[in-house]
Design a protein around this ligand. Structure first.
Ligand code: 26V
Length: 797
């Protein structure tokens, strides 16, 4: 479309007039952003339509990825890169006096997710399209994504996020494809031609309207679709309060739930889940019918993947369609359903496993509940045949028990594939958390180690490093990330290594500017940039890093002979609004930051920075500037982690426990190129089972620990009396459930080694290079190929 910048400029100016109804001289930056967005959509519309036609005609298998979260971030520059027109557009705009990066700033982050799970879904979409795979996302078009975080007086304050305030140029509303979703009401059964048929009566319906976003593949003609469903009123009732009805229906897609909420009581959350599932399945079936007619071979042409258990009602919903609408008998419907659905588990934390009380589930979704009951009864019958008399086991495995529907059990029983997200995580599922299911269905369990969209996290996020890599090994790595391994040949190339160092320095300086402008803190970019960015959770142990910072501070103050390489400790984290303890940790980080940063005796030896409102677009500035990646979860708790991979590919070294995908990073780079410490998963799980850990002993026997822990409550932080007592209590009264004190010494020793290693920049940079070279494995292209080949059975088209 634009083979030259002149052509681009001409089209841009014409479109600007049309889109904004203004002359160029009157137009604003927002007009320019809007115009460019619309031009890109126009530019891809041909390929978008062609892609769909191709899929329709080929009748090959398709996958539908159902996820309650998509953490997309900004799309403008990534779309330009994937289309191969970044350069043309950037030059063209600048000739018009427009700075592309200013336009990027105007775009809101699409923040429709909490953390790793939502970002993974976004990375997967990029890989599906870039690999020309027929895979489509379905999700909810939340009006408000994850809250915006402000730090006021050291405390987190949440503001509603407003990504749709100025519209969303990437979406196309398709009102003609709207579907209706029934809630409440009652189900009546009657016999028709000797067959029991069910009708859902007096339901309150919400209309789901699809808003489609193009998912543009990198250097490919494939444009897949992310379909986000918006909740709207169906026909307005005549007698009731119309405004109330409008409010109630729209509330279904109003807010993303933060991940701490104990879902059990939240009717609206269950409504969201069924809303997503029912709308998606209705739409999938409609498309399928057009292509293939009847549904007997659905599983041969369609795979429906559920991202965690949130969309698990896809199982009973598909059963409903097959039985009530298609007229299949139970066994046929069950066979088809079980071969259509696949499921990823993303956590073994018991508090995160979803269960819904029957008293909420049954009245809200009466027909779906009947089907779940039937699934449960038949499954328990099978269990009875296998484990006759073993009531305990049957009760533990049942889909419905103790007044609750257990969503993970439904997912395992109703799917053909259950996968974990890193080797250790899958092992823990098989041997511990889901062992009894594994014994029943060993063939269903498999591992798919997570990955990241390396085109966002390296190609887009770190352009200087990308250019250096391309200049050295060529550009094939953008599509074959394993080619990064060729970088190993440059370990002894001093010019290459110098450039690598310079790029890191420049990236650190850019982040230093952000820190200065946002936090008012001046940091020295020759210091170690030591970074922990992720959701705030006790198991991720931001506290371990804080206690270590307090220890270093104490050392500097008390021991004049103590010397250390200067460090900038950087944190970014949102705490769920209802997660009291996590919010205390945020206040603690900010309190420590105040104390350290304002102590003239400390000067540049260390600084502590809390970056407000951590999100995808900020993450893209942080990873390229990091020297050290903190992956310090209590072993066994972090299913995979994906931030660890983003740091690695940007040339940061990991300090980490043997947890999640850290284990695979270690396996690839070897002992020499990662800093591991702490208890192993087996040791942690052994303590949980058999006891034997007394945190108080570590407090008594390690004066470094005692001093820092006491400082939480002894007035060391002026003006925050009592504030950190809950943290103090979690460590001593509650016996430190996450082994912070137990792992402290090992962490401190490792950090000492890290400091010493950093002194020799040549040694350090070489380790960074080894990490980058091996990071190709963690591209989501590799992950998605594994899903495509081993679970979904889909092929490039
Ligand atoms: C949810 C909850 C809710 C209740 C309170 C405790 C709690 C703890 C964790 C979660 C998250 C559950 C699902 C999730 O986001 N898992 C993350 O998925 C990522 C992608 O697979 C993975 O890299 C992370 O390790 C994993 O935590």
């Amino acid at each position: 479309m634009f083979s030259s910048t002149t052509e681009f400029k001409n089209t841009f100016l014409k479109r600007l007039n049309m889109v904004c109804g203004k002359s160029f001289s009157e137009s604003s930056e927002r007009d320019h952003y809007q115009t460019l967005g619309i031009m890109i959509r126009e530019f891809v519309s041909h390929d978008w339509i062609k892609t769909n036609e191709r899929y329709l005609a080929a009748k090959e298998k398709q996958v539908y990825y159902l996820s309650i979260e998509y953490l997309l971030g900004k799309l403008l520059r990534q779309n330009l890169i994937n289309l191969g027109i970044e350069e043309t557009v950037q030059v063209g705009l600048s000739e018009l006096g427009i700075d592309l990066s200013n336009l990027e700033e105007l775009e809101s982050d699409a923040g429709l997710g909490n953390g790793g799970l939502g970002r993974l879904a976004a990375c997967f979409l990029d890989s599906l399209a870039s690999l020309n795979l027929p895979g489509h996302g379905h999700g909810i078009r939340y009006k408000h994504g994850l809250f915006e975080q402000k730090i006021v007086d050291g405390y987190q304050v949440e503001l509603p996020e407003q990504w749709l305030r100025s519209g969303n140029v990437w979406e196309v509303r398709k009102a003609d494809l709207a579907v209706k979703i029934p809630f409440w009401g009652k189900v009546e059964g009657r016999t028709e031609n000797g067959r029991l048929v069910f009708q859902h009566l007096n339901a309150e319906t919400v209309t789901a309207v699809p808003h489609d976003m193009p998912v543009i593949g990198y250097n490919s003609e494939t444009v897949n679709t992310l379909r986000l469903w918006n909740a709207e009123p169906s026909q307005f009732p005549i007698h009731e309060d119309i405004l109330k009805y409008k409010r109630e229906t729209e509330s279904v897609s109003e807010f993303l739930y933060p991940d701490d909420t104990h879902d059990e009581g939240k009717i609206l959350r269950l409504k969201q889940q069924y809303f997503l599932v029912s709308a998606s399945i209705q739409s999938i079936i409609k498309t399928y019918r057009k292509q293939h007619g009847n549904l007997k071979e659905l599983h041969q042409h369609v795979c429906i993947h559920i991202n965690d258990t949130h969309p698990v009602l896809a199982i009973p919903e598909l059963m409903r369609v097959l039985i009530d609408e298609e007229g299949f008998d139970w066994d046929l419907a069950w066979n088809i359903t079980r071969q259509t659905i696949s499921y990823t588990n993303h956590t073994t934390l018991s508090e995160a496993l979803e269960k819904w009380p029957i008293r909420i589930f049954q009245p809200l979704l009466p027909r779906i509940y009947m089907i779940v009951e039937e699934i449960n009864e038949r499954f328990c019958g099978e269990l009875w045949d296998k484990y006759t008399g073993d009531w305990d086991r049957i009760a533990r495995l049942a889909v419905i028990a103790d007044g609750f529907v257990k969503m993970a059990h439904l997912a395992i029983v109703g799917s053909f594939s259950v996968n974990g997200v890193a080797k250790l995580h899958t092992e823990i599922l098989k041997t511990r958390e889901m062992n009894q299911f594994y014994q029943l269905f060993p063939e269903k369990f498999n591992n798919k180690t997570n990955g990241i969209a390396h085109r966002r996290w390296l190609l887009k996020g770190n352009p200087d490093l990308s250019n250096l890599i391309t200049d050295s090994i060529g550009s094939s790595w953008t599509q074959s990330p394993a080619d990064l391994i060729q970088l190993l040949n440059y370990q002894h190339d001093s010019s290459f290594m110098e450039q690598l160092l310079k790029i890191k320095r420049d990236n650190k300086e850019r982040l230093a500017e952000v820190i200065q402008s946002k936090n008012g803190i001046v940091v020295d970019s020759s210091a170690i940039f030591d970074v922990q960015v992720k959701r705030l959770h006790a198991y991720k142990r931001q506290l371990l890093k804080v206690l270590h910072i307090m220890y270093l501070y104490n050392r500097i103050k008390e021991d004049s002979s103590f010397s250390m390489v200067p460090r900038v400790f950087i944190f970014g984290a949102k705490a769920s609004p209802g997660y009291y303890y996590a919010k205390k940790i945020i206040k603690l980080i900010n309190t420590v930051a105040d104390k350290v940063n304002n102590d003239p005796f400390i000067g540049d030896k260390m600084k502590v920075v809390f970056l407000e409102n951590y999100r995808v677009s900020l993450a893209e500035k942080v990873f390229p500037a990091a020297d050290l990646s903190e992956q310090i979860s209590t072993a066994s708790k972090e299913a995979s982690g994906t931030g660890n991979m983003k740091f690695m590919i940007n040339g940061a070294l990991t300090v980490g426990t043997m947890d999640g995908a850290n284990i695979e990073i270690h396996e690839l780079v070897g002992d020499e190129n990662i800093f591991t410490f702490g208890l192993s998963a087996d040791e942690v799980l052994h303590y949980y089972q058999h006891g034997g850990y007394q945190s108080i002993e570590y407090y008594h026997h390690d004066s470094r620990i005692r001093q820092a822990v006491d400082q939480l409550v002894n007035g060391f932080f002026p003006g925050v009396y009592n504030e950190f007592e809950p943290i103090f209590d979690s460590l001593l009264e509650e016996n430190d459930q996450y082994f912070v004190l137990k792992d402290f010494a090992s962490y401190a020793d490792t950090q000492k080694t890290i400091g010493e290693t950093f002194r020799d920049q040549q040694v350090w940079q070489k380790k960074c290079l080894v990490n980058i070279a091996h990071a190709g494995y963690f591209s989501s292209d590799r992950t998605i190929k594994e899903y495509a080949d081993n679970i979904w059975g889909i092929k490039p088209q």
